[in-house]
Each structure stands twice: as C-alpha cells, then as structure tokens.
Write a protein that binds this ligand. Structure first.
Ligand code: TMP
Length: 205
C-alpha cells in the first residue's frame, strides 16, 4: 500500500476514534509507517484551538465563528503534521477532517455549506484518499459519548435532534462522494467493524 491519507468520520460516540486507533495499530504491525492524528488538533497550535471549540457552553460560538476556528486549526494541522508526513511517504490516519466541518457547521449548526466549501477551497484544498464514516444509532452513540464525561461535550450537549441531523448529513455527504466515502455499520462489535474496514481498505488499495 502506498502512502495514503485516510480519515474517520461519524457522529459523537460512533466509535470512530477506536477504529482509527485500531487501523493505525494494524497497519503498523504490517510494517507500514503510520501517523495517527486527529481534528480539531494534531499540531501544537491546533490543539490550543481545540480547547476553545470543544469546551464550554454550546452557544459560546456561532456556526460562522466555529467554522473559522476549525479552519484555522485545520490549516495549521495540514502544514505542520499531515503534509510533511505524506511527503515523507507515511500513511496518515486522521480522526475527523473536512467532512466534519461540512456536516457540523455546513449542515447541522446552520445552513453554511456554500461558505464551508469556499473556505475549504481557499485555505485547505486537500481531500483524503479514503474516508470511513462510522454510522450509528444516535441515541446509543450519544449515551456513549456523554457517559465518557470527557469535559469536551460542547457538541454532545446540543442533544439528540442535533446528532440525528449529523447522521443524516454524513449519509448525504457519502452519496455526494461515493468513491471516497464509505459508510460502515458501527452498530456491530468493534472487532467486526474493524474487519469490515480492513476489507474495504484492501479492495481500494
Ligand atoms: P471529537 O470528539 O471527535 O474529538 O471532535 C470534537 C468535536 O468537534 C465533535 O463534537 C465534532 C466537532 N467538530 C466540528 O464541529 N467540526 C469540525 O470540523 C471538526 C473537526 C469537529
């Protein structure tokens, strides 16, 4: 497998972070040079911006301000972590990327998709080679997410209706880019979900 940029997406509590970690560990065990990273975050500057975004009152920022902060974090992450790793021939596995902005800020928080797309074209301009969206029942996922009480619950605190909008948003995005985005049923055990991801990865290598 050549160096690829692979992202994991899904609603809060979908199990995507577990799957991203698992895939990174599996590929490393196969001798592949892997960088596992996340958004918002993944570089020193972007991790600082992360705290502004995931902590505090849900009304702390408007959808527009959030979009600018996520884009600033992504630009730093891209410059400092993602592009250098890809250029060095490493496979990058990223827990969330631009599809989260398309769905959270572009569709669920407000109707900002056109602005999201413009800002992406101006400041990011890079798509993953392959994206796994872990699809999950929002009521189960939300329960899981909030049960973690991570102190990073700003988006979980927007409630079940918000998570349902997100799920629909990810499904719609998948039909916009069916070659790049693969919808994975996350309602199974983590082992079964991981096997499905591995088999999709092999068929797209
Ligand atoms: P995480 O819980 O997967 O680390 O993500 C943090 C939160 O930030 C999560 O609720 C999703 C949200 N988010 C956005 O709203 N827009 C984005 O562009 C990204 C990357 C995350």
């Amino acid at each position: 497998m050549t160096a690829r940029f692979i992202t994991f997406e899904g609603i809060d509590g979908s199990g995507k972070s577990t799957q991203a970690k698992r895939l990174a560990a599996d590929l490393k065990a196969d001798g592949i040079d892997v960088v596992l990273t996340r958004e918002p975050g993944g570089s020193a500057g972007a991790e600082e911006i992360r705290r502004l975004l995931v902590e505090g009152d849900p009304d702390r920022w408007s959808g527009e301000t959030e979009l600018l902060l996520f884009t600033a974090a992504r630009r730093d992450h891209l410059e400092k972590t993602i592009l250098p790793a890809l250029e060095a021939g490493k496979t990058v596995i990223c827990d969330r990327f631009a599809d989260s902005t398309r769905v959270y800020q572009g569709a669920a928080r407000g109707d900002l998709r056109a602005v999201v797309d413009q800002l992406h074209a101006l400041m990011i301009g890079r798509e993953p080679d392959l994206t796994f969206v872990i699809d999950m029942d929002p009521s189960i996922a939300l329960h899981r997410g909030l049960a973690r009480a991570s102190g990073e619950d700003r988006f979980e605190d927007l409630g079940l209706a918000f998570q349902e909008k997100l799920r629909a948003g990810f499904a719609a995005l998948q039909s916009e880019s069916p070659d790049r985005i693969r919808l994975i049923d996350g309602n199974d055990t983590p082992e079964v979900v991981a096997q499905t991801i591995r088999s999709v990865l092999h068929t797209t290598s």
